[in-house]
Design a protein around this ligand. Structure first.
Ligand code: NAP
Length: 254
């Protein structure tokens, strides 16, 4: 039996296990299982992964950046991003990848209009970094929006409100609004939001967050995180199965 799973601190919000187990059932893959592994710390990760008999695992809040120092190798893209959401275990060596950026890239690209040249990324965590990497690839200028802005590319929510007329892509890369706290919103003033805006929420549970509901009431184009979830999982699966179409050369040693 090949064992995969998801590590994070609190996993009750995650639909990853459901995605993989449905995939295994649908495709009659009988030698694999995918489980949720809530971990209070990354301390002892290697021994834990070996004892658990894992072949690979995904990584979620709050470990996407902290995990870097626990890995043997980091794929160049994940290294540039500074966040890992997929680990492949080969001969007891932990190899980190980032499939979030490509999943975000491929799901937002078909939704972009010519006016969508500047973006606001709400949050500064691992997912926000992957979103920024995708925007770089797409040639879209972006600013991070943080509760505690600390450098030139990061602004406050007050400053972001001033920029919302020109920055017509707004991405929620915070967990604010996730079930069960469905009334919460990372963004509160929707007066600048129009039909020229594209509002993307990485959250998929609920399917329509309060943020997306308000944006759509102002006629913005909206997208939730379900397509991204499925695509990052599929890309992880390809890595774990050494899909020949996936570039795995040029891996940097940590
Ligand atoms: P994270 O590392 O915990 O970062 C979240 C960021 O959100 C933090 O850096 C923080 O930025 C901001 N934040 C946290 N709590 C907040 C609050 N109460 N109010 C305002 N801002 C807050 O999480 P992550 O791993 O980046 O994931 C972020 C979200 O994306 C989660 O909901 C996750 O489930 C989702 N996600 C979805 C997919 C998908 O495939 N759909 C993939 C990856 C992630 P500041 O401290 O700078 O304000």
């Amino acid at each position: 039996m090949r064992k995969y799973g998801l590590i994070g601190k609190q996993l009750s919000h995650s639909w990853s296990a459901r995605y993989f187990n449905e995939k295994f059932r649908r495709e009659n893959i009988t030698d694999c299982e995918y489980n949720l592994y809530p971990l209070p710390t990354l301390h002892g990760l290697r021994d834990w992964a070996s004892d658990t008999g894992l072949s690979g695992f995904n990584v979620t809040i709050p470990y996407k950046t902290d995990i870097l120092s626990h890995l043997d190798h980091i794929d160049p893209e994940a290294s540039d991003i500074g966040a890992v959401n997929c680990v492949h275990i080969i001969d007891n060596r932990l190899i980190g990848h980032n499939t979030d950026w490509k999943a975000f890239h491929d799901t937002i690209a078909p939704m972009l209009s010519p006016q969508n040249t500047h973006a606001l990324i709400l949050g500064t965590g691992g997912a926000a970094k992957a979103v920024a990497f995708a925007f770089s690839k797409l040639g879209i200028d972006y600013l991070f929006v943080s509760r505690t802005p600390s450098n030139d590319s990061t602004i406050s929510y007050g400053e972001a409100l001033q920029k919302a007329c020109t920055h017509t892509i707004i991405v929620n890369a915070t967990p604010v609004g996730t079930s069960p706290n469905t009334a919460d919103m990372p963004w509160h003033d929707f007066s600048p939001i129009t039909d020229r805006h594209l509002c993307y929420d990485l959250i998929y549970n609920p399917a329509e967050t309060a943020f997306l509901r308000q944006a759509s009431m102002n006629n913005a184009t909206t997208c939730n995180g379900l397509g991204m979830l499925h695509l990052q999982a599929l890309l992880s699966w390809k890595i774990w199965n050494n899909d020949p179409h996936l570039k795995t050369d040029n891996i940097t040693t940590h």
